[in-house]
Structures are given as C-alpha cells and as structure tokens.
Design a protein around this ligand. Structure first.
Ligand code: 1CP
Length: 374
C-alpha cells in the first residue's frame, strides 16, 4: 500500500524535511469528545468499542473529522495483550481497568503462554485493516502496544492507581520470575505488533507509562532491555518504506540517551524536560515527539496558542525531526475547541509557503524560518 498524501508525520519520525510540524495527540479519540461518549453509550462500554472493528474504526476517525491531525492512532488499549494471555480484562465504572486473574503466584507466571494475535487479537488487526481502507491516502495510521514492564504492572497489581507494591516486591524478591514474565510478554507484544504491521499500521508506538517509577538500574534491566528486544524483533522494513517506532517512557527524561540508543526511531517525551535540551542531547540519533503539558488545554485559547509556540521555539527552527504531541494523554475534561486552536497554531507556525505565495513576491513568506523546507 502506498504512502499517504500527507506523510509529514512519517517524514518527521525519519528526520526528513516536512511541510509543517506534524501533530497528533495521545488519546485523541476518547472521552473529551461528545461523539465518543455517545457511541460508547450505544455500544455498552469501552471494551465493546475495542472489540468491534466497525465501531473501533468509527472512533479512530472521530478526531480526524473535527481536526486537521497528521496521524490516526488505532482505537484499542495496551491491556488487550494481557487479556489475550488469559487474565480477564474488565472495566468497572469509575475505577479504570482491572484483571479478574492478576498474577500473584509463581505457578500462574510460569503457566503464561504467547497468544496467537491472529486468533485472540483478531479484532485489533481487523480494525486496523478497516481504518486503512477508510483513511484512503489521507494520513498514516499508528499501531501500538504497552511496554512489557508497564503491562506487568497491571498484570501483577491487577488494577491501576496502585502503589506498585506487588510488582516491586516481585522485582526485588524474585527478579528471576519477573524476568520470565517480561520475556513471555515481550514475545506476545512482538507478535502483536508484527501482526499490526501486516494489517496496515504505518508507524508503531510503545507506551511505557510506568517505567519512570523504576531506579536507573532497574529501568535498564526490567524495562529498556525488553523494549530493545521487541524492537529488534519487529519487521519494520516494508516495501513502502520503514515503519518507524516511537518509544514513550513517562518520566524517562533522565535516561534519554539510553532510550535513544534502544533501536527506536523516535522518543516521545513528557512535559518535564526542555525539548531543546533534549534535542541537543540526542543529536541526530532519533526524532522527538512531544511535549506540551496536557493541562495547558484547560487554559483560554490565547494561552494554548502561546504555550504551543513555546514548545515549537524550544525545539527550535532549522531542525528536522519534531512531531508535536502532548506529554501524556489528553484529559477527559479538555474543551474540544481548544484542540482546534492547538492544531491550527502548530500548523501555521512553520508552514512551508505555498507556491502562489512565493509568486506573490513573498520570498520570505516564512517568517519563522521553516527549517525543513526542501
Ligand atoms: O471510555 C473509557 O472510559 C475508556 C477510556 C480509555 C480510552 C479512551 C481507556 C481505558 N483506554 C483508551 C484508549 C487508549 N488507551 C488508546 C487509544 C488510542 C488513542 O487515542 O491514543 C491508547 C493508545 C491507550 C494506551 C493506554 N491504556 C496506556 C498507555 C498510555 C497512557 O495513557 O499512559 C495505558 C496505561 C492504558 C491503560 C488504561 N486503559 C484505560 C485507562 C483509563 C487506562 C489508564 C489507567 C491508569 O491510569 O492506570
């Protein structure tokens, strides 16, 4: 399948010149959109949306119908993989995700097997194929998975919002068992991501939401090592070009150089790090994605625009390799109008001038000095 007409997102990930700074948002389909809440109500619940390819496709496209985003991300969840491994995922109202059978006993961990993604996660690959057909050649589609350590947090704790007591007990008391759990989960994630590529995903993102809760030594041994192993097992070289891989470790700014060396094409950053400093630290090794604090979106539109420009200025003119994003997922309380302001501001700031503008005698036509103009 050919590359999309608007491939600025893929180009930025590969540090190639772009027409404008591409933008998409983590959790861009979700609860802040009234049309999402209406569809979820009709479907029954969140998992009913995920498991129905036609509905997952509709939800994936909802934010693209409202905003001029440069990428779509398949509507699904990182916890579908442990669910396929037999843990029994469910959502209880107001409490977030839970597992019926969390891993607390050695025998449960030793019994884990790698599920066949074409069987247990067929609804994900079917949804990807459907979204690709619906998108046509508009923008690229992102596939994703959780990092093994982040998945293990939910698998061992059984729920979110915990104090990591069980997983950290396992880490320090039985590192051998945790390594076994992470090794099996890495194989499951690799198989699931390769199936997503085969179904049509044009870029991949690994979400390591809880890696930042580890010590430096534990991060390297229990999170980064498995991200590296997964990336080495991905079939990223496809006939239409490379399927770039983005790694997001929330709170991972301390370990930026290590993450940039794990084989990924881009590192996604939360808002705690200065983007310009991050760019200087990684040099031309990887692209960077981020990193607006999602809470900025609660402020008036003029503040949203000003804060977006601060992020763009931080990255600086004259450099390829920036994908604008939030530092973490968009909040359900975000006013949808502010997203329109954000997308327009980012697109307008360093847009490559149209030919007609050049002809109109505006050779400068690019006041911010677009860095990436070919
Ligand atoms: O409708 C609802 O109530 C469900 C809310 C919701 C949504 C919209 C959940 C439950 N998951 C999702 C979709 C989702 N989750 C996507 C879709 C694509 C997109 O638009 O971005 C993605 C990429 C995720 C990834 C995900 N799920 C992560 C990693 C990223 C992050 O936000 O840190 C994690 C940790 C999860 C687990 C999860 N699933 C849902 C929730 C509320 C959570 C987080 C629970 C927690 O805080 O521990």
């Amino acid at each position: 399948m050919a590359r999309p007409r608007n491939d600025n997102f893929l180009r930025a990930l590969l540090r190639q010149p772009t027409d404008h700074t591409p933008i998409w948002m983590m959790r861009q389909a979700g609860r802040y959109l009234p049309e999402y809440r209406a569809l979820r109500r009709r479907a029954g619940g969140f998992l009913d949306l995920c498991r129905n390819p036609a509905l997952a496709c509709e939800v994936t496209l909802q934010p693209l119908a409202r905003y001029d985003l440069d990428a779509a991300i398949i509507f699904s969840d990182i916890l579908t993989v442990p669910d396929a491994m037999g843990l029994g995922l469910y959502f209880s109202e107001g409490e977030g995700p839970r597992f019926e059978r969390p891993l607390r006993e050695e025998r449960d961990i030793l019994r884990l097997t790698v599920p066949d993604p074409y069987d247990r996660l067929r609804y994900v690959t079917d949804a990807i194929a459907q979204v690709r057909r619906a998108l046509g050649d508009r923008v690229p589609l992102i596939g994703f998975a959780g990092s093994p350590y982040t998945l293990a947090c939910y698998m061992v704790e059984g729920a979110s919002g915990s104090d990591y007591r069980h997983i950290k007990t396992l880490l320090y008391a039985r590192p051998d068992l945790l390594h076994h759990l992470l090794a099996v989960t890495s194989e499951a994630v690799t198989a699931c991501l390769n199936a997503q590529i085969e179904a049509g995903a044009q870029a991949l993102m690994l979400f390591d939401t809880w890696g930042g809760s580890l010590s430096t030594a534990a991060y390297r041994a229990f999170s980064l090592a498995y991200l590296q192993r997964i990336i080495a097992g991905l079939k990223c070289e496809q006939k239409d070009g490379r399927v770039p891989v983005i790694v997001f470790t929330k709170g991972g700014g301390l370990w930026l150089e290590d993450i940039a060396a794990c084989g990924c094409d881009a590192v996604s950053l939360d808002w705690t790090i200065d983007l310009g400093e991050a760019r200087r630290r990684v040099g031309d090794k990887v692209a960077l994605q981020g990193n607006l604090d999602p809470n900025v979106l609660f402020a008036p539109p003029a503040v949203v625009a000003a804060e977006a420009i601060k992020v763009l200025d931080c990255y600086g003119a004259g450099h390829t390799g920036h994908v604008f994003n939030l530092g973490h997922g968009i909040s359900q309380y975000t006013p949808p109008e502010n997203i329109a302001v954000l997308v327009e501001t980012v697109h307008a700031y360093r847009r490559k001038p149209l030919l007609s503008e050049n002809k109109a005698g505006n050779p400068a036509g690019n006041p911010a000095g677009h860095p990436e103009m070919a």
